[in-house]
Design a protein around this ligand. Structure first.
Ligand code: WTA
Length: 634
């Protein structure tokens, strides 16, 4: 049995132990898994290089812990309850035995197609069980998966394929999303025109639309798996072998491939899943994220299946066919723990309480949120109308880089406070630093959120560029992991996340680098220069506001703005499309050429004064012109 915290004093006690004797603490938890060979040391680390190794020289396979070991006790237990986009289509129930068989069959298929340990495989798929099966099949044979959210464009997909030099792409013909049918395979085809590493593409038939299949490269999933039934031995993986790469946005340049390894990720996702949500053996867990994001990796696929849980996987969107879809699904499967994003809560809150009528939601025990700060109003609505006042809310703070939940209440145990992620989980040694790098001790302080001791599921590197990992996360404050978030520790020692302090915008819980969006905007031939900032958005949390210098001699501003939005959709994907674009004649730059984003952020948020010190501006009149333009738009 994994360690299960049951009381508040138990939490404090375990936290103490985890800080005083981390090796003993994590070693004891790791012993509850199946290892092919035990580790020599629990952890070796330094944050200078950085170099972090957990369960050193241990050998294991994460899928043996997700599948094989549950077969002894719960082969017939439901692993996946799959709810399709269209409620009239039959749902699917997959038991642990069936999942094991399917994963083995697909593992054998990958091998038959030449995929070997260490090879990178891109998964670009809708939310269907085969996406999870593909991930586990890679893990079983030691291939490294990199799931790319199926809403990204062909250019974004090609960039990721090229960065990790993927040998294979696993995809589908199309994707049902609400009332829409979205082409998927054709996006892959387009991407592959600009890549050279991919040898094979396996396509799952989902929507039945026409696709082109290239001789020698393309295979249908249902044909490729023929004859590959039967067990597939689980590859012995070193704890520190790569498990997956997941691309995420940072403040500079192109997205980076965050690397997670096998042993520590396994131990930590299981530990946090069972503790934070207080998952019990017969519960039904539902995380509404997409497997294209870290939340889907850790709390749809890895955490729940490691725990032998029954989980719901949902293909659709919260508002299709109506804004009661979430509540319908919760009642249909008697969901006990529901984990979603504040942006979804706010979007549904906007429909009022009517869509909730007629649903009992009485199975719910725990509600969770993730991905962005939750405002108090949304928190209270979620608590009162979804949880009927009886379900604790776990506001979980973490990141792609952290692999698992870092700061969160333990459901029903840690007293909550709306919009506070509350306290660090055992093993997580937080600290708050001021801009000069001094530790701010005690309570009622605010600053940069850092971590001073490694935890098992932390990122190990950024793929192909270790120096970037060092620069981005370990150089700002020497000897610490820097999260990029601002935080407040209140008078009770509770943590409240204040949002990013770098140039990352969080749009509907999706991370966007301002530089990345600017680069896409600048691809438009009429654009001279652009500056992107975030602004407060009622539903999305943050919206994207772009100030653009452009040549409008041969087209209307309105048309140009439409074209720029389309350009961004094509280069990154619809999620990066700016909400507002203002055509300007100049940008507020300092004499050294740096754009003063602070001013642009204020104007985007409707503030027209109190810009602080603007004495370093090259041309202060630019600011007045921008304000004038912004007021005209408002
Ligand atoms: C933000 C998502 C406030 C934060 C798991 C972080 C949050 C970024 C919360 C990571 C929360 C995540 N409260 N902010 N509970 N959870 N964030 O990598 O700014 O997609 O740095 O991982 O989302 O986003 P990512």
């Amino acid at each position: 049995m994994n360690l299960k915290i049951q009381t508040l004093s138990g939490y404090f006690h375990e936290y103490q132990k985890s800080v005083l004797e981390p090796e003993k603490f994590w070693g004891r938890i790791a012993e509850t898994f199946h290892w092919k060979k035990k580790w020599d040391n629990v952890v070796d680390w330094n944050f200078e290089e950085p170099s972090v190794k957990w369960f050193v020289n241990g050998k294991m396979n994460i899928t043996e812990n997700m599948l094989d070991r549950h077969l002894f006790t719960s082969a017939d237990k439901t692993a996946i309850l799959w709810e399709p986009n269209d409620p009239n289509e039959a749902h699917r129930t997959i038991t642990y035995q069936e999942l094991y068989d399917l994963v083995c069959q697909f593992s054998n298929t990958l091998k038959a197609q030449g995929v070997e340990k260490g090879d990178r495989v891109i998964i670009y798929m809708p939310m269907v069980p085969e996406a999870a099966i593909a991930m586990m099949a890679c893990a079983r044979i030691g291939a490294v998966h990199s799931v790319v959210f199926a809403g990204f464009s062909s250019t974004a997909l090609a960039d990721r394929i090229n960065d990790c030099q993927a040998k294979m792409v696993i995809t589908s013909d199309g994707n049902f999303r609400g009332a829409k049918k979205i082409p998927v395979k054709s996006v892959v085809d387009e991407a592959l025109e600009n890549t050279t590493s991919v040898e094979k593409v396996i396509t799952l038939k989902r929507t039945g639309e026409e696709v082109t299949m290239k001789e020698g490269r393309d295979l249908w999933w249902h044909e490729a798996i023929q004859g590959n039934e039967g067990p597939c031995p689980a590859e012995a993986m070193d704890s520190e072998d790569m498990l997956f790469i997941l691309y995420t946005s940072g403040s500079t340049g192109k997205p980076k491939g965050v690397v997670h390894t096998c042993g520590g990720y396994m131990v930590y996702t299981h530990f946090t899943f069972t503790n934070v949500f207080q998952y019990q053996a017969d519960d039904i867990f539902w995380c509404s994220a997409d497997v294209g994001w870290i939340t889907g990796h850790s709390y749809i696929v890895y955490g729940p299946l490691l725990a032998g849980a029954s989980m719901v996987m949902f293909e659709g969107v919260p508002t299709y066919p109506g804004p009661d879809r979430f509540w319908q699904v919760i009642d249909k499967y008697k969901v006990n723990q529901f984990y979603t994003a504040p942006t979804a809560i706010r979007a549904l809150q906007a429909f009022g309480q009517e869509p909730l009528e007629g649903y009992s939601l009485s199975s719910l025990k725990v509600l969770g949120t993730v991905g962005e700060p939750i405002n108090e109003e949304a928190w209270h609505w979620y608590h009162a109308f979804v949880g009927k006042g009886k379900c604790p809310i776990v506001d979980t703070w973490w990141q792609t880089e952290t692999g698992g939940i870092m700061i969160s209440p333990i459901a029903g145990i840690t007293p909550t406070k709306p919009s506070y992620a509350t306290l660090p989980l055992p093993g997580i040694q937080l600290t708050i630093l001021d801009d000069q790098g001094n530790e701010l001790k005690g309570n009622s302080v605010e600053g940069n959120l850092c971590v001073k001791f490694p935890w098992p599921s932390m990122l190990r590197t950024t793929y192909g560029d270790h120096d970037r990992c060092k620069q981005v996360y370990f150089s700002m404050f020497k000897g610490y992991y820097f999260t990029g978030d601002g935080v407040k520790r209140d008078e009770d020692g509770y943590y409240r996340i204040l949002g990013r302090v770098d140039d990352v915008i969080n749009v509907s819980g999706h991370r966007m680098g301002t530089a990345e969006v600017e680069n896409a905007i600048n691809e438009h031939p009429k654009v001279v220069e652009s500056a992107v900032v975030g602004y407060d958005h009622e539903i999305k949390g943050q919206g994207i506001y772009a100030y653009v210098i452009a040549d409008t001699t041969d087209r209307t501003e309105e048309n140009l703005i439409k074209e720029i939005k389309l350009t961004v959709s094509n280069i990154i994907g619809p999620i990066a499309r700016p909400d507002k674009i203002q055509i300007v004649t100049g940008l507020p730059k300092t004499r050294s050429g740096k754009i003063m984003r602070r001013i642009l952020r204020k104007i985007a948020n409707g503030e027209v004064s109190n810009f602080g010190d603007t004495s370093t501006l090259l041309d202060p009149s630019v600011v007045d012109q921008i304000i004038e333009g912004a007021l005209q738009k408002a």
